[in-house]
Design a protein around this ligand. Structure first.
Ligand SMILES: Cc1cc2nc3c(=O)[nH]c(=O)nc-3n(C[C@H](O)[C@H](O)[C@H](O)COP(=O)(O)OP(=O)(O)OC[C@H]3O[C@@H](n4cnc5c(N)ncnc54)[C@H](O)[C@@H]3O)c2cc1C
Length: 363
């Protein structure tokens, strides 16, 4: 692999210009990622008004910070800064933290955050902001229109990302973006033959493992076209959206894949649900991590696992056993009857499947 450092711009369907040098290839894969989205009135200066990039580079802790946006990034920074003793105010426009997760996961996380002293304001938006030499003054507005002003040393704005699709030469090859992102079809091909796009530029779930899996699929497809004899077998055309794990590294951890209840209802999809509390797994008591649950959504006719949600210690690890079951087309009874070592947190995974099967023993 040749690594050429510099800013690339597509010149035509088989060449890219980097620092005045033309590189040619049969295929081009666009993976230019995304950047923090600017919120009008809250422009980043990385001193008082931080983006996630600025927050990562932080050298001195603020005493008090307002974090706008309670998606995974806002939640993770709330967790980290609170652990360092910073007074954190987390503000979310939607009616709960982690609005894309199952509502029960959001509720448990919010309760845990409040117990840790993090102030959480949901159904609240930041209306305006003024900077001073010593900090920022943020006007927050709740859904009734009531306003209050909050003083802080800094404000961290993590309300979304913008795909890096401008200035990369898409117009030269006739690729039009949709809401800033590059539309793709099977194998992550764009509308221009030979050009592929993966990762944050296609606005798939903005996750590193989604970007790299899509990269594998695209590159294996390119390789198969170039060398049919060495083509890998069974390359999927796209990632199964119900099999993408999504993890928030806070305390408690939050992990999921597939459908949350709100989305199943939105899609008129029939489901059965089952939950198992961490407390039912002996190890959670031994390690004093009893807060949390594992919940699954099951198709009532086929018993297919269509969603899983875990909140608590090592939730981001535990989710993978259930995801393996889904991808291998196993049924809840397969996990329910498999021996899980005692004492482990994984017993909660067995436990939730026993609940599905109507034969729970440990609760
Ligand atoms: C604070 C934060 C925490 C995150 N945590 C997680 C996490 O825990 N787990 C997870 O799965 N995901 C996480 N993500 C998301 C994850 O980082 C992205 O989804 C992933 O990096 C996307 O990969 P990508 O290859 O599309 O883009 P990137 O990783 O952003 O890479 C794109 C690269 O292209 C370069 N580039 C852009 N334009 C050009 C050009 N014209 N020429 C040459 N180079 C160019 C950029 O400089 C960059 O290096 C997090 C994101 C943020 C911001």
């Amino acid at each position: 692999v040749d690594l050429i450092r510099g800013e690339g711009k597509i010149a035509d369907k088989s060449s890219v210009i980097v620092s005045g040098k033309k590189l040619t290839a049969k295929n081009i894969l666009i993976a230019t990622g995304s950047r923090p989205r600017q919120l009008p009135g809250f422009e980043f200066d990385e001193t008082r008004v931080l983006s996630s990039t600025g927050a990562i580079m932080m050298e001195k802790l603020p005493k008090k910070i307002v974090i706008l946006g309670a998606g995974a990034i806002g939640v993770e920074f709330s967790h980290i800064l609170n652990a360092f003793g910073v007074e954190v105010h987390l503000v979310e426009m939607m009616d709960r933290v982690l609005p894309l997760e199952d509502a029960e996961s959001s509720a448990l996380l919010e309760r845990a955050f409040k117990k840790r002293g993090i102030t959480v304001s949901t159904s609240t938006k930041a209306a305006s902001m003024t900077k001073s030499a010593s900090g920022v003054s943020v006007v927050l507005e709740d859904k009734t229109g009531a306003k209050k002003t909050m003083e802080a040393d800094q404000i961290l704005v993590v309300t979304g990302r913008t795909p890096n699709t401008d200035g990369i030469g898409l117009e030269a090859v006739g690729i039009k973006t949709e809401k800033g992102a590059i539309p793709v079809g099977d194998f992550y091909r764009t509308r221009m033959p030979g050009i592929y796009a993966i990762g944050d530029v296609i606005q798939a779930p903005l996750l590193a493992h989604v970007a790299s899996k899509a990269g594998e699929i695209a590159v294996e497809h390119i390789a198969a076209e170039l060398q049919p004899a060495r083509a890998p077998k069974h390359v999927p055309a796209l990632i199964d959206p119900l099999s993408i794990p999504s993890c928030t590294y806070s305390d408690p951890q939050v992990a999921s894949f597939g459908l949350p209840e709100w989305k199943a209802r939105e899609q008129n999809r029939k489901y059965e649900k089952a939950s198992f509390p961490y407390r039912g797994a002996g190890k959670s008591v031994a390690v004093e991590q009893t807060e949390g649950f594992i919940k699954v959504l099951i198709d009532p006719d086929t018993k297919e696992i269509i969603g899983a949600h875990a909140v608590g210690a090592e939730a981001t690890e535990l989710i993978h056993e259930i995801l393996l079951a889904r991808t291998a087309e196993l049924l809840p009874e397969d996990i329910a009857s498999m021996i899980h070592a005692h004492p482990t947190l994984s017993e909660a995974v067995k436990g939730v499947m026993q609940v599905v099967e109507g034969r729970a023993i440990d609760i």
